[in-house]
Ligand binder design. Structure first.
Ligand SMILES: [Fe+2]
Length: 387
């Protein structure tokens, strides 16, 4: 049986099928306790080593709005947000992620989160007063994949600034869109997050069924989080949305004018996966931030799952522009509940970089073409060519 049985090839070059054409032979135990009802990714708790440098990057350059701040912590939000914050910058000794935080539908969902994770032996900590300012009763866990996950319902409301055009800049960040997590075993991660209630919207596989990455959603967009295959647990990026493509170009222009073009790691471009327009930046600690806009609605129960071939050079950039190696290899540490970095495990499955830009890698623009891509387009699969 082929791994592509049940998938239909589309005229766009990718495959579609129904829910999750992903199987794992090493599953995390499925809890019998029901999962908490997650609404959406809500905020990231990020440790930075130089708070002033981070403030300049996220506030002065990217224009996130300060809800509150003191000498050690800055609470930031995007334009459309009405909960207290979407990003916490916390001064600390090691640049890392302290929590991937999700909002749940009801206060009772926090009891469900405690039961769900306790049943499978995860470390769980609940604080009725919350872990961060402006957020009430919260549950933090070290999830079975090693990620620090947080769940909360209650949040202080703040003013939604959508109508305050006087405060907005050409590159305005309007919403928190998603997280992206690096994990060694993508099918194991997907199965676990499905148990937690996530739906797969897109993935990248090869013809043998190796899964390189998967995108998963609660809110009806392409994702709230994604699992990217690599050494982990690590944080690949946190993504904010702009309204339109031109807002992303304005961020590039601003970085250029400020002589900060070295903050641009990859893009701007059009993703194949998600169909969104994108830009990847690196903050002063190297944390990766994506600016993202215009993916598509995914809320129907029979939303088709899209599978991209790992060798399709339009999967990660629809214009076929090369992915820089750092984007595949570098990511941020994540912390345990004591604030210590989680140990990083090596990915044993095939690596996307090796099969596409390593010595043996290959990619195609038109499947079935016998001719190699022109030398000036080979950055995707011959490492030296893009230098
Ligand atoms: Fe992303």
């Amino acid at each position: 049986m082929s791994h592509r049985d049940g998938m239909t090839k589309t005229s766009s070059g990718f495959f579609v099928s129904q829910e999750a054409p992903i199987r794992t032979d090493d599953p995390v135990q499925t809890p019998t306790s029901p999962a908490p009802d997650i609404l959406r990714c809500a905020y990231m708790d990020l440790v930075v080593t130089d708070l002033a440098a981070s403030r300049q990057f996220y506030v002065d350059i990217l224009g996130l709005h300060v809800t509150e701040e003191d000498d050690d912590v800055i609470y930031l939000r995007s334009t459309e947000e009405f909960i207290h914050h979407n990003l916490v910058l916390r001064k600390g000794p090691v640049a890392a992620v302290a929590a991937f935080s999700y909002r749940v539908r009801t206060p009772e969902d926090l009891d469900r989160a405690v039961a769900f994770y306790s049943e499978i032996g995860c470390r769980v900590e609940r604080r009725p007063e919350g872990f961060t300012k402006g957020i009430g009763d919260s549950v933090r866990v070290e999830d079975p994949l090693g990620f620090p996950y947080e769940f909360f319902h209650q949040s202080e409301h703040v003013e939604r600034l959508s109508w305050r055009y006087d405060l907005q800049i050409p590159g305005e960040l309007v919403r928190l869109d998603h997280f992206n997590q690096v994990t060694p075993d993508v099918p194991r991660a997907v199965r676990h997050y499905q148990d937690l209630g996530f739906r797969v919207t897109e993935d990248i596989q090869d013809e043998d069924g190796t899964v390189y990455a998967a995108w998963m959603r609660r809110k009806p967009t392409v994702h709230d989080t994604a699992a990217t295959g690599g050494d982990g647990p690590r944080m690949h990026h946190v993504a904010f949305a702009t309204h339109e493509k031109h807002n992303i170009l304005a961020i590039c222009d601003k970085l250029g004018a400020l002589r900060r073009s070295d903050a641009i790691e990859r893009g701007p471009g059009r993703h194949g996966v998600s169909n969104a327009f994108y830009l990847y930046l690196r903050d002063p600690d190297g944390h990766r931030v994506e600016i993202y806009t215009q993916d598509y609605y995914t809320g129907d129960p029979d939303n088709p799952v899209i599978t991209w071939d790992v060798h399709d050079n339009q999967r990660r950039d629809f214009w076929g522009n090369p992915v820089v190696p750092s984007w595949y290899t570098e990511a941020s540490l994540v912390l345990d509940l004591d604030g210590n970095p989680q140990p990083v495990r090596t990915r044993e499955h095939r690596s996307e970089m090796a099969v596409t830009i390593g010595a043996d890698g290959f990619s195609y623009t038109r499947e079935g073409d016998d001719e190699a891509m022109p030398s000036w387009k080979q950055g995707e699969y011959k490492l030296g060519n893009q230098l």
